[in-house]
Design a protein around this ligand. Structure first.
Ligand SMILES: CC(C)(COP(=O)(O)OP(=O)(O)OC[C@H]1O[C@@H](n2cnc3c(N)ncnc32)[C@H](O)[C@@H]1OP(=O)(O)O)[C@@H](O)C(=O)NCCC(=O)NCCS
Length: 200
């Protein structure tokens, strides 16, 4: 079961404006995503060229129009994109979704990822009524685990997700938002049981 996610949206707070991607972001998008850390830690194609950028913006637009995901450019003023934060894999039955983020190399260590993740997490909790918010992170990605911790996410005991990529086998840990209003132990057990017994 997938809810219809609102579109378009703008989320504002803490010196950050999250806005929808636009077609004229293409050159900035390519400059942000054609970068070694993004190639290493995300499923983006590498090199990330003009063609990859066109396909990416098209997919982002489709995901917004069919209301299956939220994919927002991170800006400080509504203008130039400096990164991206997204929400996807929504399961309305389990009231859960996964989030992700990336920030361009020139704009890191300014709190943009943490601020953006916090903004979108709050929106997911309060407006979308999603109780269980998840991140999947390679344990070697210390920048990303730092962002997760700073935003109130904690490692769950779920088994790592094993995957094969261009850098060989790797695994992703599952992190969950556990700050005030987070899911209770009872909810987590219920969700775990639901997944085991085939509700997704
Ligand atoms: C992970 C990433 C999004 C972090 O973006 P950012 O805007 O630089 O992160 P923030 O400035 O919000 O950092 C928040 C906290 O995370 C930690 N952190 C961020 N980058 C770090 C790094 N390179 N090394 C260690 N800790 C780091 C710090 O605790 C930081 O707080 P501080 O700066 O006050 O010490 C960015 O490095 C990136 O885009 N990496 C490639 C893509 C990626 O890995 N995406 C996540 C996939 S799961």
């Amino acid at each position: 079961m997938t809810p219809r996610l609102p579109y378009p949206i703008t989320l504002t707070g803490d010196g950050i404006i999250l806005r929808e991607w636009r077609d004229d972001d293409l050159d900035d998008l390519v400059a942000l995503l054609d970068e070694p850390a993004i190639a290493r830690w995300t499923p983006m194609p590498s090199p990330f060229d003009h063609e990859a950028g066109v396909a990416y913006l098209k997919r982002a637009r489709q995901g917004r129009l069919n209301a299956s995901r939220i994919q927002l450019a991170i800006t400080t003023d509504g203008g130039k994109p400096l990164g991206e934060v997204l929400l996807f894999g929504v399961d309305a039955g389990l009231r859960e979704a996964e989030l992700g983020y990336l920030v361009g190399a020139l704009h890191r260590r300014r709190g943009l990822a943490a601020g953006s993740l916090s903004l979108l997490s709050s929106y997911a909790r309060s407006t979308l009524d999603l109780g269980r918010l998840l991140l999947r992170i390679d344990p070697g990605n210390t920048a990303s685990t730092g962002v997760a911790r700073r935003c109130g996410y904690r490692l769950t005991g779920e088994p790592p997700i094993l995957q094969e990529g261009p850098y060989g086998p790797s695994s992703l840990d599952t992190w969950e938002l556990v700050s005030a209003g987070g899911s209770t132990r009872q909810q987590r057990l219920r969700n775990f049981a639901a997944r085991r017994y085939g509700r997704r």
